[in-house]
Design a protein around this ligand. Structure first.
Ligand SMILES: C[S@@+](CC[C@H](N)C(=O)[O-])C[C@H]1O[C@@H](n2cnc3c(N)ncnc32)[C@H](O)[C@@H]1O
Length: 213
């Protein structure tokens, strides 16, 4: 595992603590997860290089790995990455590299990626607009951003009030509250055209595939 040398720990302590429990949690909605995998895989090609930020315990990267050339998977939490690496080794997957880095600190190389995956992560960032702009810069022309994001403003707007307290007490990570329409506007403002938008129900994460234009 490589380490890009991070600035101070954002929510890393929270996620390090969560990692063992997170890795044992069953997928909340198997059918929706499968559909998102299928939609993503309809875009995958064997010569693709993929970047994932907030990869957690690596489950999705390991599912997509057989369909692409390489996945560079990154996360803020060393504990999450350790579990991800152990899973990759156990599964004999060799085309996924794991690196310890917050998306804010990641320094991309010169060659662009064909796809960026950001799953259950955009609502956890201090500045999702900056992250979206970075994803846009990291992609090749016509490259794809695939995201799945909980839009708390639609179902739990009060989170805006309790999230800062929860974070100060160490009970919650950084949490941002916005609607799915706001997110879609942010994605388009960053220079993407939305190709696919799907939300199983209003309380569930919105899945968006967007292309760099
Ligand atoms: C809710 S989990 C999602 C994990 C995985 N993408 C999934 O769908 O199961 C959020 C993950 O994002 C990571 N994370 C939080 N803030 C981050 C940041 N600023 N940069 C990179 N990763 C971050 C956490 O460590 C955690 O592993």
């Amino acid at each position: 595992m490589t380490d890009q040398g991070m600035s101070p720990p954002r929510s890393s302590r929270f996620w390090d603590r969560m990692a063992p429990r997170y890795s044992r949690l069953p997928i909340a909605d198997e059918a929706a997860y499968r559909r998102k995998l299928d939609i993503t895989q309809s875009y995958l090609r064997p010569d693709m290089d993929v970047f994932e930020f907030g990869c957690g315990t690596g489950s999705t990267a390991l599912v997509h790995a057989p369909f692409v050339r390489h996945i560079q998977a990154t996360d803020l939490s060393q504990a999450m990455l350790k579990i991800a690496q152990d899973k990759a080794a156990a599964a004999g997957v060799t085309n996924v590299s794991f690196s310890h880095a917050a998306i804010e600190d990641w320094i991309p190389g010169d060659t662009g990626y064909d796809m960026v995956l950001g799953l259950s992560i955009l609502h956890l960032l201090e500045d999702k607009e900056a992250a979206l702009a970075k994803c846009h810069r990291m992609l090749k022309p016509g490259g794809l951003l695939v995201s799945s994001t909980v839009c708390l403003k639609e179902t739990m707007p009060y989170f805006k009030l309790i999230a800062p307290l929860g974070k100060a007490l160490g009970l919650m990570p950084t949490l941002r509250v916005f609607t799915c329409d706001e997110l879609a506007r942010n994605i388009m403002a960053a220079g993407f055209g939305i190709e696919h938008r799907w939300q199983p129900t209003r309380s569930k994460a919105v899945f968006i595939v967007a292309r760099k234009i």
